[in-house]
Design a protein around this ligand. Structure first.
Ligand code: NAI
Length: 256
């Protein structure tokens, strides 16, 4: 309890999957949570459920690839909750499964707009608030595929590699401002994104595909959303006050 008490925590992509778990755990740990997403019904319901448990929480409809909307929502969240201290850049899409010789410019750009520019815009407009607060923590969701390659979805893998080095660069640029920036690299976590990806990859027996993908990890199974959320809580809290520019792989040993 209270590991992030007094901190305003913005979580993007907070309505579903990993982001939802991050928002829930940060709220339980005393954070005021600003939920950004496109799924309004789920986002509003989550904010209401968190408030019912005594947390401070509000949902904003934000497309992270829209800079003006990102800035407005971050400024509103700062005004409502009293500054910004934690940013969890979680919103992401898997996008086109086409290989390099097939993918169109538009399909490539769609993935970079959310996964790369979304991270940029949120950091860009949260950093002034963090400076004003005397510091902060930015946690960027990359992937095992920001650390190692795989023979599919090149647009997604490029985006996650970019997020890894954006994190390290910003860690160095803003260390003097006491803003820590770290990346988290999940292995396969069972969420709507992974289910859609397996379907898009042509899997017909989803349960069998889920088991097979799980077995790619040395621990023998996929992870759960809370496996990532607890890592995010650690990086958001002062327990990690000497950690910046780090890559936290939470991947069942996939990249070991
Ligand atoms: P998900 O698809 O289950 O949930 C993503 C959430 O982001 C959804 O609520 C969606 O509405 C929201 N979102 C998508 N585009 C948005 C936009 N433009 N603006 C605002 N919100 C937007 O995804 P999941 O699995 O929870 O993934 C979360 C993050 O973790 C992503 O960045 C993903 O790349 C990363 N990741 C996930 C892994 C997995 O196995 N699930 C593995 C490695 C990384």
């Amino acid at each position: 309890m209270n590991r992030v008490k007094g901190k305003t925590c913005i979580v993007t992509g907070a309505a579903l999957g990993i982001g939802r778990a991050c928002a829930e755990r940060l709220a339980e740990e005393g954070g005021a949570v600003a939920l950004f997403d496109l799924h309004d019904a789920e986002g509003e319901a989550l904010a209401a459920a968190l408030r019912a448990k005594g947390a401070r929480a509000r949902y904003w409809h934000v497309d992270v690839s829209n800079e003006a909307r990102v800035k407005a929502a971050i400024d509103e969240a700062a005004a409502e909750f009293g500054g910004v201290h934690v940013l969890v850049n979680n919103a992401g899409i898997s996008g086109s499964t086409k290989l390099t010789h097939e993918i169109t410019e538009q399909e490539w750009d769609q993935v970079q707009a959310v996964n790369v520019k979304g991270v940029l815009f949120c950091a860009k407009h949260a950093i002034p608030h963090m400076k004003a607060a005397g510091g902060g923590s930015i946690i960027n969701l990359s992937s095992i595929y920001g650390l190692v390659g795989a023979p599919d979805v090149p647009a997604y893998h490029a985006s996650k590699g970019a997020v890894r080095l954006m994190s390290k660069t910003d860690a160095l640029c803003y260390a003097a401002d006491r803003i820590r920036v770290n990346s988290v690299h999940p292995g396969y976590i069972w969420t709507p994104m992974v289910e859609h990806h397996l379907q898009a990859s042509g899997a017909t027996d989803i349960a069998a595909a889920r088991k097979a993908v799980g077995e790619l990890h040395p621990l023998g199974h996929m992870g759960e959303v809370d496996d990532i959320a607890w890592g995010v809580v650690y990086l958001a809290s002062d327990e990690s006050k000497f950690v910046t520019g780090a890559e936290l792989a939470i991947d069942g040993g996939y990249t070991a």
